[in-house]
Design a protein around this ligand. Structure first.
Ligand code: SF4
Length: 345
């Protein structure tokens, strides 16, 4: 037993414990471990033992209060980033995500035409390409990216505030960063759409990719421990999309409720013609939509959007829409009027 006071005993104990667990602090003069008189259960009015207090004092002295605060803030941010949103109901989802809606029914001039056909179409608009930092268009080209429909219609006018793009970017990030939350919100919306369509005596269909090209197989949740994608969860609902990813077409064999129209991207005319010969529908953008192109019937794709209604092996002719970027006459994504005249007889 040394001749040190009780306080010195406490100090030694703190140093000993700190070295043992953290190996962070050193208190000069307290390296002697030949004496040991460990006091136990010494606490103050704050609930902290003198040991805790000394530990805090020494650690503060060593790192400085500012550095410690920064460490706490960084740890807090990291914890927040790890927190996943959980879908409970629509009201809390809107609050948690900061969006007033995820997808919409028959919205915009393109989809409201569905009313004429006795149909409601639920659609989602994400940020195309890698606008959000996440790539959602695996088959895109420079040509289609430049003339992407994302910045047509209302979004063309929103260049100053960019609200629409910002909202689409937020939703795309949510898809990648809070996948289950996103998918459960879509499931909720589809169920609501089915109910509304039944009440109004209308048909109901879903187009996930309006300004994106992601596989619907990526929208899945676990049901009784088994992964179920959105197509499997709603086998009686008609889903349809356009795609520039040729391999995606195989999903039509796998899921009878999924219809795909392949799209010309400015560089893939040979593939388009091969697919047309195989009975696949192919969408093409024209300066002036013809009735026939390269020997294939062209249907007016702007009359309605529900592509699953179209004849197999037909071209879906879409008229070039105005977008924010200036029209580029050399962009091969658009088939120009003079090219029609050059067609082989
Ligand atoms: S693939 Fe479609 S959605 Fe994506 S950039 Fe091209 S035109 Fe836009």
């Amino acid at each position: 037993m040394s001749g040190r006071s009780g306080d010195e005993n406490v100090a030694w104990l703190i140093q000993h414990r700190a070295k043992q667990y953290l190996n962070l602090i050193e208190i000069p003069g307290y390296d002697d471990i030949t004496w040991l008189n460990e006091p136990n259960n010494i606490t103050s009015g704050t609930g902290l033992t003198p040991g805790h207090k000394l530990f805090l004092k020494n650690i503060t002295k060593k790192f400085g209060i500012l550095k410690i605060l920064i460490i706490f803030v960084v740890l807090f941010i990291l914890i927040l980033l790890q927190m996943k949103l959980v879908f409970k109901d629509l009201a809390s989802a809107k609050r948690d995500a900061g969006f007033s809606y995820l997808g919409m029914i028959n919205n915009g001039s393109k989809h409201e035409k569905a009313y004429k056909f006795g149909e409601l179409v639920y659609t989602i608009y994400l940020a195309p390409g890698n606008m959000s930092g996440y790539e959602v268009c695996a088959g895109r080209t420079i040509e289609c990216t430049k003339l992407c429909l994302n910045e047509s219609g209302h979004n063309r006018m929103d260049a100053k505030n960019n609200f629409i793009n910002r909202s689409r970017i937020g939703k795309t990030k949510m898809f990648f960063e809070n996948h289950e939350f996103f998918t459960r919100w879509v499931i909720r919306d589809i169920n609501a759409g089915i109910t509304r369509a039944k009440k109004q005596g209308l048909k109901f269909s879903v187009r996930i990719n309006n300004t994106s090209d992601i596989s619907p197989e990526l929208l899945w949740i676990k049901v009784d421990g088994v992964k179920q994608n959105i197509l499997q969860l709603f086998p009686d609902i008609q889903f349809y999309d356009y795609t520039k990813v040729q391999g995606r077409l195989r999903l039509m064999n796998k899921y009878p409720n999924y219809d795909l129209t392949y799209s010309y991207n400015g560089q893939n005319m040979e593939t388009c013609l091969q697919l047309l010969r195989a009975g696949i529908k192919v969408a093409m953008v024209f300066e002036k939509v013809p009735t026939e192109y390269n020997g294939f019937k062209v249907v007016d794709g702007d009359l309605y959007d529900m592509r699953y209604k179209d004849e197999p092996g037909s071209i879906i002719g879409l008229k070039l829409k105005k977008v924010r970027s200036k029209p580029d006459m050399l962009n091969t994504f658009v088939i120009r009027e003079h090219e029609l005249a050059l067609e082989p007889a």
